[in-house]
Design a protein around this ligand. Structure first.
Ligand code: NDP
Length: 329
């Protein structure tokens, strides 16, 4: 079998030398475990934080040990009565072709309903992040004007479409290329802009002349500052990610206008999707229906081959994906 190890900790932007592909012997299973041949794995922005040797809400990755993360695969051997050979499962042992998985860490998924990668994207952690962040953290209600950054990415593209499906008055997205902006307009966003085209603050003010009621933040920095500037009284912010800072080697200054939150009586609330698993049932039902009805479309960028997982991850941080970045194994 093969797995990808963290060979060294990135300083700033990760490079391929930070990763190493390692051949391994297949271990024998203990009671309760299953052997899974991975079909597809996820690369996610939060993994960048785990490559630093700092304490966070998830412990750092160890050097010279396999990375891990979301994956979907097929059970090829089982010592757990809850799983049969041939079952498809979603689990946390990505970055390898064959995984020994504790049954407690695996969940059966139905590949006749949706393909494997859907359970990493729209129907998985990504979709729940968008849904719980918008509806619960930001307390979205019909008639709101919503701004989402990182809007052509996995979480962002779902946030905008869910907001439209739930009756947003206006949805505005920002993204990193003209092609992504065009895609957002196709997906039903009312306005979209490329943040490279000038000041985010000015572009947002133009796209939201009546201000915004909800900001779903995937980017941080100047995007957050712009959203504070455009916020209406009592606007709610879901702080989901700050990808503009993940490769930073120095503390970053923006937002410089946080004091505006006082007079505008803003709510800024950070969240981690793991704390919203109680919404998973309601979310999967709604999302399955939206996908079936074509109300929500879901893009993905697929990179082929486990050995290309590091370049998929590096590319994700550079914006080489539209929708969810996944690696087919
Ligand atoms: P995406 O699919 O959105 O991929 C990351 C995107 O970030 C890239 O495609 C790129 O698009 C954009 N980006 C990279 N650098 C910058 C920059 N300097 N400024 C603006 N945009 C940048 O990833 P996800 O949908 O998986 O994640 C989106 C955000 O949500 C991340 O911040 C992530 O950490 C967060 N997240 C948080 C969770 C939680 O529980 N709180 C759970 C899941 C995700 P572009 O071309 O537009 O620049």
């Amino acid at each position: 079998a093969k797995e990808i190890h963290l060979a060294s900790r990135p300083n700033g932007e990760p490079v391929s030398d930070n990763f190493r592909t390692v051949a391994t012997e297949l271990p024998s299973l203990n009671d309760g475990q299953i052997l899974v041949r991975n079909i597809v794995m996820s690369v996610d922005p939060y993994m960048r934080g785990r490559m630093n040797d700092v304490k966070s809400y998830v412990p750092p990755f160890a050097l010279d040990a396999p990375l891990d993360g979301g994956a979907v695969g097929e059970v090829i051997e089982t010592r757990n009565d809850a799983f049969s050979v041939g079952d498809a499962v979603s689990h946390g042992k990505g970055w390898r072709d064959i995984a020994v998985v504790d049954g407690k860490g695996a969940r059966t998924v139905d590949l006749s309903r949706a393909k494997a990668s859907a359970y990493l994207g729209a129907l998985g952690m990504t979709g729940l992040t968008a849904y719980s962040g918008l509806t619960d953290v930001a307390q979205f209600k019909a008639g709101d004007t919503v701004f989402v950054s990182g809007a052509a990415g996995a979480v962002g593209s779902l946030v905008g479409q869910i907001a439209k499906a739930l009756g947003a008055a206006r949805v505005i997205g920002s993204a990193g290329s003209p092609a992504k902006v065009a895609r957002l307009l196709e997906l039903g966003f009312d306005a979209a802009f490329d943040y490279h085209d000038g000041s985010v603050k000015e572009q947002l003010a133009q796209a939201a002349p009546d201000g915004i009621d909800v900001y779903f933040d995937n980017v941080g920095g100047d995007h957050l500052e712009a959203a504070i500037a455009s916020a209406n009284k009592y606007a709610r912010f879901a702080l989901c990610g700050a990808i503009s800072q993940y490769n930073a080697t120095e503390p970053t200054p923006a937002p410089r206008n946080l004091a505006l939150a006082i007079g505008k009586e803003l709510t800024l609330k950070g969240f981690i999707v793991g704390s919203y698993s109680h919404l998973a049932g309601e979310f999967s039902e709604k999302m399955a229906q939206w996908l079936a009805d074509g109300v929500i479309e879901w893009d993905e960028t697929v990179v082929d081959g486990l050995e290309n997982a590091p370049s998929a991850f590096i590319g994700l941080l550079r914006g080489e994906n539209t929708g969810k970045m996944v690696v087919s194994i």
